[in-house]
Ligand binder design. Structure first.
Ligand SMILES: NC(=O)c1ccc[n+]([C@@H]2O[C@H](COP(=O)([O-])OP(=O)(O)OC[C@H]3O[C@@H](n4cnc5c(N)ncnc54)[C@H](O)[C@@H]3O)[C@@H](O)[C@H]2O)c1
Length: 445
């Protein structure tokens, strides 16, 4: 079994560290965030992931996993060093490599033998060349002191550890087959398709996979709008499309648009990367533009439900995370939508089953975040559902109806696709056969 260091213990790094320890390797996870490391040393994940805490505790108790704030401690003696720092979106849409390069510098200084540095962060073509340059500045030569590999992560947030242990595929990119095979051997025991290729191909595989998922979401949102116009029902239509095995059902769920920490930034980075190398990807641009339009469409639907003005109205929002079963609000679709409503004069009250605390830090005073859905919806003029949490359908909608000013739901995720609760009027994404909203705010629905 191998000795592994993991630099960055966020969603991807922590899942990688826990997953590798579960496979039997000896792992040291490192992060520069003291709060995260303090929690992890106590066996507590700093964010919610189904099942992760049990695996984490077990690996720590069995002595195969520990955490540190020191790069030296993680890197020294480690034949393999995974790098899982963030590569967020820069101002121009390209990937910001500052965390990756700063982590590379610290690793270069800490290297005491030969290590294979395995980049797990989503990193654009050309970024590993920049790493080599930083390593050289610190006196470390590729081939002599270290080798590089790229091992993209395809996990879905919320079910990360399950996905690590049951992946759709494992892709390892390296510039020699020996390095690729060696890195792949770390995953022995996992039964899934395994692909070794060049670093560049592995990077493009990661970006193209996320662009494809984004394309499916934009596609079905387009068809949802077509259904609304033609009087169809996108929920039946999506099922009918997805039953074709050549198409499949995944990512064909209409909604307020894709969002979250990966899809938007990876699509934009792929667009910028292509442009930098002289190709202008109009199709990829269209995916992005369709997503922007969907956000505006949802805001417009709320405005329409309020009689055309936000000023003086209160909107109650259910769902702030970018998808259900996570507490992650980073780059969630709720952020631009709620800010837009607030800027146009609406008072915005909101509830999320898990993301409330993270949302408070993001929205500040612009949004009132409640820990109780009934309080969040008390006295509102319209309810906007933005995340498909199952519990929203099970709320006591009779009780809520008695406390709202107008019983109107803008259901952007389709939890009421089979019909609104009794006494409520709803717009459901992709359904063209429901009554159109009342335009007068005073009207009695
Ligand atoms: N979140 C996902 O679902 C997901 C899925 C696949 C790929 N990815 C990619 O994986 C990468 C990481 O994403 P994430 O969501 O885990 O990010 P994250 O922000 O949750 O985690 C990054 C961690 O790296 C730490 N860090 C930053 N610089 C450091 C340094 N120099 N030394 C030590 N630690 C440092 C941060 O403190 C943070 O804890 C990104 O490139 C992302 O695109 C994410």
């Amino acid at each position: 079994m191998a000795r592994i260091g993991v630099i960055g213990t966020g969603y991807v790094g922590l899942v990688t560290a826990v997953g590798m320890a579960t496979l039997g390797h000896e792992v040291v996870g490192m992060d520069k965030d003291e709060g995260k490391i303090r929690k992890l040393k106590g066996g507590e994940p700093p964010f919610y992931e189904e099942g992760l805490e049990d695996y984490l505790k077990r690996a720590m108790e069995e002595g195969r996993l520990r955490f540190t704030l020191s790069t030296e401690e993680a890197v020294k003696g480690a034949r393999y060093v995974f790098i899982a720092v963030n590569t967020p979106m820069d101002d121009d849409g390209s990937a910001d490599l500052s965390q990756l390069l700063s982590a590379s510098r610290s690793i270069a200084r800490a290297l005491d033998g030969f290590s294979i540095l395995i980049v797990r962060s989503t990193a654009p073509v050309g970024s590993l060349d920049a790493m080599v340059e930083v390593m050289r500045e610190e006196g470390k030569e590729r081939g002599r002191d270290y080798e590089l590999a790229y091992n993209p992560e395809f996990l879905r947030e919320g079910t990360g550890i399950y996905d690590f242990l049951n992946p759709s595929r494992i892709v390892v990119g390296a510039d020699t087959p020996e390095v690729a095979e060696e890195v792949m051997s770390l995953y022995e025991g996992i039964n899934s398709p395994k692909l070794t290729t060049s670093i560049k191909n592995a990077q493009i595989i990661k970006y193209a996979s996320n662009a494809f998922l984004a394309a499916r979401v934009s596609f079905i949102n387009e068809i949802a709008a077509v259904c609304e116009a033609l009087g169809g029902d996108v929920w039946d239509v999506a099922e009918g499309i997805g039953l074709d095995p050549r198409i499949g059902r995944h990512y064909l769920r209409p909604g307020p648009g894709y969002s979250g920490p990966c899809l938007p930034k990876d699509l934009m980075a792929l667009i910028r990367m292509s442009e930098e190398y002289g190709h202008f990807p109009h199709f990829l641009e269209a995916i992005h533009l369709r997503n922007e339009a969907q956000k505006r469409r949802v805001v417009w639907k709320v405005k329409e439900a309020l009689g055309g003005v936000f000023t003086g109205k209160t909107v109650g929002v259910l769902g702030l995370t970018f998808k259900p079963n996570t507490d992650d609000v980073r780059n969630s679709i709720s952020i631009p939508i709620l800010r837009r409503m607030s800027k146009q004069g609406a008072r915005v009250k909101a509830y999320d089953p898990m993301g409330g605390e993270n949302a408070k830090a993001i929205f500040g005073d612009a949004v009132e975040v409640y820990n109780d859905p009934y309080e969040a919806l008390d006295g509102v003029d319209a309810v906007l559902i933005l995340t498909a949490w199952e519990e929203f359908a099970k709320l006591d909608w009779d009780r809520i109806r008695e406390r709202v000013r107008r019983p109107y739901i803008v259901d952007s995720v389709g939890i009421f696709r089979r019909g609104a609760p009794e006494g409520w009027r709803a717009w459901t994404v992709g359904k063209g056969d429901l009554p159109s909203p009342e335009v007068s705010p005073e009207s009695d629905v």
